[in-house]
Structures are given as structure tokens and as C-alpha cells.
Write a protein that binds this ligand. Structure first.
Ligand code: NDP
Length: 367
């Protein structure tokens, strides 16, 4: 495979630094990571894996009340100071993250609005995503201690929706969603795509222009599924769940109105396990200096029915009627080889992702 390798200050160059993993940090003073959005679906997994890998974590939350669940979940890390939280009520306020960034070794920027129904997509999706990312990068550019920042972008910043399903085409890190500001204003779905595209573009542009001494890594995963670890408001039922898990569960239950009573068929059928996404962030921090990259992450291109064989075989109740299986070659592919080679990721199979998600949501009493 030809890997696109990137010079620290040239995101799109083909220069090839030696991309080897540094051993995990064994120094007595553990490296400090600023994690934005630790209380969300993805953020909670990144937080968990960072702590398991002996990083100190400073999480930003809009209100400190959102940190209580995690302080209780990780009492030792909280008591020892390995886990702390700071309130950043408005991620768009100028300089909002300056104090939070102070003294950190790494930043994992995960916080961004993720929903696809909106009456004002520019205000509710595009502005917080873009201004939030610009703010994190601006604060990072003032840092004298930062070594690398990872940013949670999305396959939404990669895919060209006008060409869907694009059978025979394989998306790579060279692809960018051509969404325009005019399209962004149309609805929440386009607004979300624009929010991720414009935010990631802004980060690379700022970084390339400033040429800082730290590295930038962005991740572009499609739909992320897997067992939720975040605090869930069970009183809201499945609506208390994050967007992607709600979509998975209602789809396999046959509750999607467009397909009911059958298991739904996704329009963009690519997916990845949340545990692999968290692993990508943590492994990227350990890459040697000088590696700045855009990584596509992907577990596979499947329809929901393709992940249900195990649950159906054991007679699981609550599933929708048999839905369609993916037709090989009908949809685009995603080149994940760079993530496999550089980050040594081994992607979780779909059946496991679906079953573990289903079990976890069932344990919560929401199925
Ligand atoms: P969640 O909704 O579970 O979490 C979103 C996180 O971002 C929360 O911590 C939330 O904080 C924070 N956030 C949202 N809006 C704002 C805002 N305006 N200001 C400050 N913080 C905000 O979503 P996910 O965990 O699924 O998504 C996390 C990231 O992963 C996002 O960047 C998303 O685009 C990306 N992603 C997700 C995919 C998926 O399928 N889940 C697929 C590809 C990318 P609060 O609780 O205060 O709202």
C-alpha cells in the first residue's frame, strides 16, 4: 500500500518520515492530555482508554455538573489528580480554552455538536463546530508544552454525497466533502456535514500557516457504534442516547419509519467501533514527533442486517423483521490501510459491534 505520509508542516506532502510508535510514557510525571467532550459517547471511551494508558486527563465540560458521573466512576484517578475537569461554558468565546490548554502535553479535541435535525444548521451546528475548533487550535498555538493534537473529524468531511452510493470508488484521506455554505444552511444533515468539513479544514489551514512545533492528527470515521459508556438520562428512553447509538438501535428494532417493521437500510452504510476510534486517538499520541496525518477509520461497509446473525441465532427478542443485506460492490469503500499500518489498529467485526451495543443498551434498560 502506498501510504500518504506527511511532513509536520505540510499536511499534503508525500515526504516519508519514519512513523514508529514511541513506547508508552513511563516517566514518573505522567503526560497531561486535554480532552474536550469527555462526557459524550466517543469522549467517554477516549477518557477511559487514556486513563488505562496512564495519561493524566483534564476534561473540558460545559458545566461541572457533567463531570460528577466521571468523578464517581474513576474515584482513584480523581483523588490523585490524574483526572480533573474544567468548565468551558462557551467553546466559541474568544480565548475560552487558553487556561484549559495551559501546561498540557497533548490535546484530544472531540467536542462538537452531533445531531442532524435542526431549524438553524449554521447557528446550531456549523458555528459551534468551526469556532470551537478554531478556538482550540488558537489556544494550542500559544502553548509552549504541546506535542500533538488529535481532532475528531468525520467521514462527513470526506464523502461526496452527490455521488452516493459510488460503487467501485474507494475514499482516501485525499478526499474532501465538497459541501458549500449554501448547502449547509439547507437542513441539519447537510449542516452536520458542513460543520465537520469546515472545522477540519480550518484546523489544517491554521496549523499549516502557523507551522507550530506540535503535530496535528485528524480522524475521519463514519458512523460510530459500540457500547455506550457515557452518562445516560434513562428517563428519556432511547432519546437519551447519543445520535449514532439511537440510530443503530431503532434501525435494528425495525422502528425507522421508512423501513418499519423491517430492519432499516442505511444510506451511508460505513461504520466503525467506538473502541477502535478511542484506540486511534491514544495510539496517535504515542507516534514519534513529526507525524501529522489525516486518518480514515472504518470497520466496514455493511447494512444493519449484516450485523444481526448472532442475535437472531440466539432468538433475541425485539429485533425488526429481516432487512436487506449489503450488495457487494454497490457502495463506496474506505481505505483504512494507513490506520492499520501506522496506528496498528485491528478493526472490530460488525457482528461484535452490533451485539455489544445491543447488550449495553439492554443493560441500561432501554430495550
Ligand atoms: P455526543 O453527542 O455523544 O457528544 C458530543 C460531545 O460534544 C459532548 O461532550 C457535548 O457536550 C460536546 N458538545 C456538543 N456541542 C457542543 C458545543 N456547542 N459546545 C461545547 N461542547 C459541545 O456525540 P459523539 O460522542 O457521537 O460525537 C463526538 C465527536 O465525534 C463529534 O465531533 C462528532 O462529530 C464525531 N463523530 C461522531 C460519529 C458518531 O457516529 N457518533 C461519527 C463521526 C464523527 P454537552 O454534553 O455539553 O452537549
Amino acid at each position: 500500500m502506498a501510504i500518504l505520509l506527511v511532513h509536520p508542516h505540510e499536511c499534503c506532502s508525500t515526504k516519508s518520515p519514519n512513523m514508529t510508535q514511541r513506547p508508552l510514557d513511563m516517566s514518573p510525571m505522567k503526560s497531561l492530555v486535554l480532552l474536550t467532550g469527555p462526557n459524550g459517547f466517543v469522549g467517554a471511551h477516549v477518557l477511559d482508554l487514556l486513563l488505562k494508558n496512564h495519561y493524566r486527563v483534564r476534561g473540558t465540560v460545559r458545566s461541572l455538573s457533567k463531570a460528577t458521573y466521571f468523578k464517581n466512576k474513576y474515584p482513584e484517578a480523581s483523588a490523585s489528580g490524574c483526572l480533573s475537569f474544567v468548565a468551558v461554558p462557551d467553546i466559541q468565546a474568544p480565548g475560552a480554552l487558553d487556561e484549559a490548554v495551559d501546561g498540557v502535553d497533548y490535546i484530544c479535541h472531540v467536542a462538537s455538536p452531533y445531531f442532524t435535525s435542526s431549524n438553524d444548521p449554521i447557528k446550531e451546528l456549523v458555528e459551534p463546530a468551526v469556532n470551537g475548533t478554531r478556538n482550540v487550535v488558537s489556544s494550542a498555538l500559544k502553548s509552549k508544552t504541546l506535542k500533538r493534537m488529535t481532532i475528531m473529524s468525520s467521514f462527513a468531511s470526506v464523502v461526496d454525497l452527490s455521488k452516493n452510493p459510488r460503487g467501485g470508488y474507494t475514499y482516501t484521506a485525499e478526499d474532501w466533502d465538497p459541501v458549500t455554505p449554501e448547502e449547509a444552511a439547507k437542513d441539519g444533515f447537510m449542516g452536520y456535514h458542513a460543520s465537520k468539513t469546515f472545522a477540519e479544514r480550518a484546523a489544517w489551514e491554521m496549523w499549516k500557516e502557523a507551522k507550530p512545533d506540535w503535530d496535528l492528527v485528524t480522524f475521519c470515521p463514519p458512523m460510530i457504534y459500540g457500547p455506550p459508556m457515557q452518562e445516560v438520562d434513562k428517563s428519556k428512553g432511547i432519546d437519551g442516547m447519543n445520535t449514532s447509538i439511537k440510530r443503530l438501535i431503532t434501525s435494528v428494532q425495525g422502528e425507522d419509519p421508512a423501513f418499519k417493521p423491517k430492519v432499516a437500510t442505511p444510506g451511508l452504510p460505513a461504520w466503525v467501533d467506538v473502541r477502535d476510534v478511542a484506540q486511534a486517538h491514544v495510539r496517535a499520541l504515542a507516534l514519534e514527533k513529526g507525524v501529522s496525518e489525516r486518518f480514515l477509520l472504518c470497520g466496514g461497509v455493511d447494512y444493519f442486517e449484516d450485523g444481526l446473525a448472532g442475535l437472531r441465532a440466539r432468538g433475541e427478542k425485539g429485533l425488526g423483521e429481516g432487512g436487506a443485506h449489503v450488495v457487494p460492490g454497490k457502495h463506496f469503500g474506505i481505505d483504512r490501510s494507513k490506520a492499520e499500518e501506522v496506528l496498528k489498529l485491528k478493526f472490530t467485526p460488525f457482528e461484535k459491534t452490533v451485539e455489544d451495543s445491543w447488550e449495553a443498551v439492554k443493560q441500561l434498560g432501554l430495550i
